[in-house]
Design a protein around this ligand. Structure first.
Ligand SMILES: [Zn+2]
Ligand SMILES: [Zn+2]
Length: 372
């Protein structure tokens, strides 16, 4: 069938809006009509070429849609089901999956990097019959896509949230949750700082607030992020273009520093700053993706001398079929403020506006592509 998609053909350039040919779903796959897809900071990374991806490809990985057709062998989904796309689909059988870390599945990671589905092929071709990849098992910047059945989380009928909120579960909610709840395992009174108040950072702040952490220090270069960070539950906001958050973090914690810092941008400078705001024995949790060519100059002397650690995390350490349905129920209670997170709805044709605004750090909350 013919679909409209925003194709990444050249790094550092606008996406190309094209008509593509999409194959019908293969075995254990579903055809999905897209309803909504967020524009995530990782999409900007892909577009700018700062994280590796193979082109041409369809990016967009924070998606919600409705099943139109199912391939052979699909048992858990039917046409009409609302689903959320997973951008890391575990095989369930590899070394890491069996170790309980399905978010870094060894079998499927190569397909993920290649922009293919689980049989290592894509379902899209352009008007010249040339293959177009589908990034992150989702390809959300298209009117329709094909998802692996295991990577399509069914939204139960009792959940009535609109698709522009539901899609957020697929990346920013799960990543923010995983950093704070699954990795840091924060509890009442845990001191935490969050560097970067984009959608992932705001979700990290929200979950820290729901667990009564104190202080919750939100750090961002833009004053425009201040109000929303406080609304989501930060106890303090530091505009790091004007003020050094390190002494503030020390002062608010009796001179000790923070127990956890979540770096949600992928910026080496922010990682270093967050490191210095930590107390002895504390952990820096890196949820943002730094540019592939960058390095972060951390004084690891203090890693051993002060027992500090750095922990990288992908996809909130989530097990999609186990954790996403639970998070969906939490979202449905309204306590994650996902309605407030959405600052603008755009069409697929306006995706370039999202790229420009994000590059200029002008997006507060999340811009979401809403499909007809
Ligand atoms: Zn994302
Ligand atoms: Zn696996």
């Amino acid at each position: 069938m013919k679909v409209k998609a925003a194709v990444l053909r050249q790094f550092g350039a606008p996406l190309s809006i094209e008509e593509l040919e999409m194959e019908a779903p293969h075995a254990h796959e579903v055809q999905v009509k897209m309803l909504a897809c967020g524009y995530c900071h990782s999409d900007l990374h892909c577009q700018e070429g700062t994280v590796p991806s193979s082109i041409p490809t369809i990016i967009g990985h924070e998606a919600c849609g409705v099943v139109e057709k199912v391939g052979s062998g699909v048992t858990g989904l039917k046409p009409g089901d609302c689903v959320i796309g997973c951008w890391m689909v575990p095989c369930g059988r590899c070394f890491q999956c069996l170790k309980g870390r399905p978010n870094i599945c060894e079998t499927n990671m190569p397909f993920f990097m290649a922009g293919n589905l689980l049989d290592n092929t894509s379902r899209f071709k352009d008007k010249n019959g040339k293959r177009v990849g589908m990034s992150n098992f989702v390809a959300g910047f298209a009117t329709h896509t094909i998802l692996p059945e295991i990577g399509a989380i069914k939204v139960p009928d009792h959940i009535k949230l609109p698709p522009e909120q539901l899609c957020l579960l697929g990346c920013c909610v799960v990543t923010g949750w995983g950093s704070v709840v699954k990795i840091a395992e924060v509890c009442e009174g845990t001191s935490i700082g969050v560097w970067g108040c984009g959608a992932v950072g705001l979700n990290a702040i929200r979950f820290a607030a729901l667990r009564n952490c104190f202080p919750i220090i939100a750090v961002d270069l833009e004053e425009s992020k201040h109000a929303m960070a406080m609304e989501f539950g930060a106890t303090h906001f530091i505009n790091s273009s004007r003020e050094d958050p390190v002494p503030v973090a020390k002062q608010l914690t009796g001179g000790h520093g923070l127990e956890y810092a979540v770096e949600a941008i992928g910026d080496p400078g922010a990682q270093v700053q967050a490191w210095w705001a930590l107390r002895t024995g504390a952990s820096l949790i890196c949820a943002g993706i730094t540019p592939a060519e960058s390095t972060t100059p951390l004084p690891m002397c203090y890693g051993s001398l002060q027992g500090k650690s750095v922990r990288g995390t992908l996809y909130g350490e989530a097990h999609p079929t186990k954790d996403l349905p639970n998070l969906l129920e939490i979202m449905n209670r309204g306590i994650l403020k996902t309605d407030r997170l959405i600052s603008r709805l755009i069409s697929l044709d306006q995706v370039e506006e999202a790229r420009q605004a994000m590059k200029e750090r002008q997006i507060v909350g999340r811009w979401v592509i809403k499909y007809d």
